[in-house]
Ligand binder design. Structure first.
Ligand SMILES: C[S@@+](CC[C@H](N)C(=O)[O-])C[C@H]1O[C@@H](n2cnc3c(N)ncnc32)[C@H](O)[C@@H]1O
Length: 219
């Protein structure tokens, strides 16, 4: 199974288990008890981005079925939010939800392997939550080389001692996830440094082993 097939099979269950809506498998129900950091991650990233989105175009890589894009569109008057995801099921759902919204023109969703695209859509801010985890370092470097936006915000799974990270490794093994990486801050810096200058990392107890990296202006 490749990463596209993996996420296409899993994404709806995975998302439902986080927001506790609809139906999801017993495994995802169990895993859902460990996913509070993902809720905190989304809230923190929304807070960080909200002051900068008015009139801006935002590109979200690994957008799933658009949960974050829709939330973000409610935190300010973004000009456009373009979501890209490798999973056809995720993009189909994102489009269906978007069509029912009062402002469907703000968000747009494309099905694609972001790491394989020759160019990325132009944007002011490029974001991705839980997206870098599924890319090799070479692929991350390429993403940052292709990325034309002035600002970015991504999260990654940090390679550090954490009991929850070991539980996460067991979960990935049990699910036969074909591709997943934990990175140190230094490894992420190496991928980004050639393209961007000063970058900031955010750790927080409630993020568990997740780390935020961005170059948004200091407030
Ligand atoms: C952990 S989920 C995160 C979803 C969403 N960003 C969130 O935080 O709820 C990772 C997402 O990245 C997508 N993805 C993984 N590799 C990708 C790639 N090369 N190009 C585009 N999307 C990718 C998966 O399909 C999945 O929807």
């Amino acid at each position: 199974m490749d990463i596209k097939a993996y996420w296409d099979k899993k994404i709806i269950d995975w998302e439902n288990s986080i927001v506790k809506r609809g139906t999801f498998s017993a495994v995802e129900k169990l895993a859902g008890y460990f996913r509070k950091p993902l809720v905190f991650r989304a809230e923190l990233c929304l807070k960080l981005l909200a002051p900068f989105i008015n009139g801006k175009t935002i590109l979200e890589l690994g957008c799933g079925s658009g949960f974050f894009a829709f939330e973000l569109s409610q935190r300010g008057a973004a000009k456009k939010i373009i979501g890209i995801d490798i999973s056809p099921n995720a993009v189909k759902r994102a489009k269906e939800i978007n069509a029912q919204r009062s402002v469907p023109a703000v968000c747009d969703f494309l099905e694609a392997d972001a790491s394989a695209l020759a160019t990325l859509p132009a944007a002011d801010i490029t974001i991705g939550l839980g997206f870098l985890d599924y890319l090799t370092q070479a692929e991350i470097k390429l993403i940052f080389e292709k990325n034309k936006s002035k600002y970015f915000l991504f999260t990654f799974s940090e390679k550090k001692f954490s009991l929850w990270r070991y539980v996460h490794i067991l979960y990935l093994l049990s699910q036969r996830c074909p591709k997943h990486f934990y990175y140190t801050k230094r490894q992420i810096s190496e991928c980004i440094a050639a393209r961007y200058g000063e970058i900031q990392f955010i750790n927080h107890r409630k993020l568990s082993f997740c780390c935020v990296v961005h170059n948004l202006p200091r407030q």
